[in-house]
Design a protein around this ligand. Sequence first.
Ligand SMILES: NS(=O)(=O)c1cccc(F)c1
Ligand SMILES: [Zn+2]
Length: 262
Amino acid sequence: ACSSKFVLSQMHPMWQGPLAVPGGDRQSPIDIVVRKSIFDGELKPLVTSYDPRTCQQIWNNGYSFLVEYDDTTDKSTLKGGPLKDKFRLCQFHFHWGETNAWGSEHTVDRKLFPAELHLVHWNADKYSLFEEAVMEDNGLAVIGVFLKVGKRHEGLQKLVDALPAIRHKDSVVEFNRFDPACLLPTNTDNYWTYHGSLTTPPLTESVTWIIMKQHIEVSHDQLAVFRSLLFTSAEEEVQKSMVNNFRVQQPLRGRAVRSSFI
Ligand SMILES: NS(=O)(=O)c1cccc(F)c1
Ligand SMILES: [Zn+2]
């Protein structure tokens, strides 16, 4: 599975600093200014093919919780959209706020969502490991899906039920047969795409972002369970609730945001 351990090791919930990053002219997240996005008729529909049997574990890495997939074969893949190559799913995770008023990393015309899902894939046509791909400018593709509070998301509940077992940093439990496709909106043809970075260290500028226009709905209570997670490990005296685990927005630096729809 894609060990993003090295990625988050320097992670700290209050980390938002102006960490010096390579290049620094294609950082994420950003605000998507709809009227400035450019329709590109060449953008294809996304093609996802996820095998629930490749789901391996769910763990608390001290900044979010990750559901990790076996990415040693081409069983769970993403292609199409803005992508020329075939990408393998390695993990998905979320970012959320302490209240429903904020929590997403990307925004649309400054609109904040209570949470954002990231499905992380790496370019298996060009590289052989996530750790390699994460350093290359065409190495990763991350699908972003906004969450809104509304009706309960039945597919999410299995994941929510596993969270109490990974309350503390570095806790992990086996997690099988979860189909991440259930977390995608019904319409995946409408999206924005731009070239950016990881939103946590090492902040490498290796991500083709694919942000879904259509959100998914989860219930207030389901989100509340996300907030019951802790940044801190079991040994630490002061327990800190895992909330507001999003990065501050970054300058666009002249980048184009393309849309697959008019
Ligand atoms: N939040 S994110 O940019 O999707 C991300 C951060 C760190 C590692 C990773 F695989 C994905
Ligand atoms: Zn993320």
